[in-house]
Design a protein around this ligand. Structure first.
Ligand code: PEP
Ligand code: MN
Length: 341
């Protein structure tokens, strides 16, 4: 249920409603909108709660939330959520661009990449330090050493760092170095991990599992929101279909579809979504045209030498020209994308 407060409600009224919600055995989430404050009451419905809450001071009305994902739903919060950390701003007209290698490989590689993605207009730096690889014999990432290199790249360039965390035991460690914690596609339904990143304060980039439905995706986001972390970005990175020409199939209709159902920003990953370097620039442009709130793009100084995902990584010159094209699309549609410097 959503308890919609009157415009005249003060903080004491809001606190009293939140307290009552908890006394009724439900979880309360206070959501302060630009116009009104609502208190979402989440949990198993019994009898009489609605009437009890409706009779409280400064309560306008109590309405049911129909979607299974309660806090993520636009029913609970019609205004779009913006995720902002350091140089990175995602949502509400700002297209945030997170770029960098699939994996952090060396100091030289990550610093060089950070420098050129920044001058091309990126706002965030990606790079995996803990890598989920299909084969246990593939490169597994530089781990804490990689996190330190990412932090050094942020120090030099000012770019916010986005990196994956694979297990609840590493949330504290990764959170010490990163600005945004990425939950990889393979972990979208790792509920303990979702809860662990929900309990800490850094924003989360949640990737869609390659065989997850949109409802499953949104319910995964709900696990994070339910722990109190409101800074969640949803990332479409392609789903598995019968098609084998591309690594995954990238459904860009996910962007407007999600935006009709959730206030959370939607980021597109055209690198994993296609698996092929030459297809990435067009999908970046198309994602912006579709209204995405951000892009996450794999970029490598020398893709043929990359230790992971070289076949889908953009070399520096192609990243720079892609950003210029994206800027034209964003300008034409009235979205904000940073300029190259
Ligand atoms: C990645 O971002 O490098 C990655 C492993 O992505 P995904 O979880 O979408 O496969
Ligand atoms: Mn990758």
């Amino acid at each position: 249920m959503i308890v919609v407060m009157k415009l005249s409600a003060n903080q004491d009224h809001i606190n009293a409603v939140a307290r009552r919600v908890e006394e009724l055995g439900l979880k309360s989430h206070v959501i302060v909108g630009t116009e009104r404050t609502v208190v979402a009451a989440i949990g198993e419905k019994r009898n009489g709660e609605r009437e009890t809450l409706e009779s409280m001071a400064s309560v306008d009305k109590v309405v049911p939330i129909l979607a299974p994902y309660k806090v993520a739903s636009v029913e609970t919060k019609p205004e779009p959520t913006t995720v902002e950390i350091g140089s990175l701003k995602v949502g509400n007209g700002n297209v945030g661009v997170i770029a960098g290698p699939c994996s952090v490989e060396s100091e030289e590689q990550i610093l060089e990449t950070a420098r050129f993605v920044k001058v091309s207009g990126a706002n965030g730096l990606r790079g995996g330090a803990f890598k989920p690889r299909t084969s246990p014999y593939s490169f597994q990432g530089m781990k804490e050493e990689g996190l330190k290199l990412l932090a050094a790249a942020r120090e030099e360039t000012g770019l916010s760092v986005v990196t994956e965390v694979m297990t609840p035991q590493h949330v504290e460690l990764v959170g010490r170095y990163a600005d945004v914690l990425q939950i990889g596609a393979r972990n979208m339904q790792n509920y303990h991990l979702l809860q662990a990143v929900g309990e800490q304060p850094k924003p989360v980039l949640l990737k869609r599992g390659p065989s997850a439905s949109i409802d499953e995706f949104l319910l995964a986001a709900e696990y994070i929101l339910d722990q109190g972390n409101t800074q969640v970005m949803l990332c479409e990175r392609g789903v598995r279909t019968f098609e084998t020409h591309t690594r995954f199939t990238l459904p860009l209709a996910t962007v407007p579809y999600l935006q009709e159902r959730t206030h959370l920003p939607v980021v597109i990953d055209p690198s994993h979504g296609t698996g092929i370097t030459s297809l990435v620039p067009s999908m970046c442009r198309a994602a912006i045209a579709a209204g995405c709130d951000g892009l996450i793009i794999e970029v490598h100084p020398n893709p043929s030498k990359a230790m992971s995902d070289g076949a889908q990584s953009l070399p520096p010159d192609l990243f720079a020209s892609t950003m210029q094209e994206c800027k034209k699309v964003a300008d034409a549609l009235g979205y904000h994308l940073a300029d190259a410097s």
